[in-house]
Design a protein around this ligand. Structure first.
Ligand code: GLN
Length: 198
C-alpha cells in the first residue's frame, strides 16, 4: 500500500488521515523533512494557508517540499492546500509562500462574506455517476489555469456559476472544497489510484 503523508502543521489533518486509511493507503503525518522523504505522496489539508506557509518555513520544509514536487511527487491539496499548491495567489499576504505545484492562479476567500461557507453538488470529471457533495469553507476559486491543467469541476449555478473548484495537473490534484469532511471517499480514492498508477 502506498505511504501517503498528510502535512501535519495546521488544519484538518485527522480527517484526511482517516479518509486515506479508509482508501487502503498508509497515512503518515509529515512535520519534518525526514518524514517527507519517507512518503510516496503528500496531502496538504484545509486550514489557513498563510499560517501553514509560515510553518513550512519554520519547520524547514518549504524547499524540501518544492524539491519533491519538482521531482514529480503526487500531491493533493484541499482548500488551504489548493492555495499552497498554486503558482500564483491573489488576495494573500505578500510574504506568504506557495509551492507552484499547479500552473494556476487562485483567489483566496473568493466567495465573499455572505456565502463564506456553503455546500453544493458538483459534477466531477471521472466521478460522474453521482454528483460530489462539496463543502466550501472560506474557500478559494481558481481564476486561471495553464494549458497543462485539467479542470475537473465547476460550480453549477448561482453567482459563482462556472467557477473552477477542482483541477489536476499530472499527478497533482487540488479542490477548493473539503472532500475529507463528507464521508464520500471518491476524491481520495481517485488520488490514491493516481499514486498507485505512478
Ligand atoms: N481561507 C483559508 C485560507 O486562505 C482556507 C480555508 C480552508 O482551508 N477551509 O487559507
Amino acid at each position: 500500500a502506498p505511504r501517503i503523508g498528510v502535512l501535519g502543521l495546521q488544519g484538518d489533518v485527522r480527517e484526511h488521515f482517516a479518509a486515506l486509511a479508509h482508501c487502503g493507503a498508509v497515512p503518515v503525518t509529515v512535520r519534518r523533512a525526514q518524514e517527507l522523504d519517507s512518503v510516496d505522496a503528500l496531502v496538504l489539508p484545509g486550514g489557513e494557508s498563510t499560517t501553514i506557509s509560515k510553518l513550512l518555513e519554520v519547520f524547514d520544509l518549504l524547499e524540501p517540499l518544492r524539491a519533491r514536487l519538482r521531482g514529480g511527487m503526487p500531491a493533493f491539496g484541499s482548500c488551504a492546500g489548493m492555495i499552497l499548491l498554486a503558482d500564483e495567489v491573489l488576495d494573500t499576504r505578500s510574504d506568504a509562500q506557495h509551492l507552484s505545484g499547479i500552473d494556476m492562479t487562485v483567489r483566496r476567500n473568493a466567495f465573499g462574506r455572505q456565502v463564506d461557507s456553503f455546500e453544493t453538488d458538483l459534477v466531477f470529471a471521472g466521478l460522474d455517476e453521482v454528483p460530489v457533495r462539496a463543502v466550501f469553507i472560506r474557500a478559494p476559486l481558481v481564476e486561471r489555469v495553464g494549458p497543462g491543467v485539467e479542470v475537473l469541476a465547476r460550480i453549477a449555478d448561482g453567482p459563482f456559476a462556472g467557477g473552477i473548484v477542482a483541477v489536476r495537473q499530472g499527478r497533482v490534484l487540488a479542490t477548493s472544497f473539503h472532500p475529507e469532511v463528507t464521508g464520500d471517499l471518491r476524491v481520495h480514492e481517485m488520488f490514491v489510484d493516481m499514486v498507485r498508477a505512478g
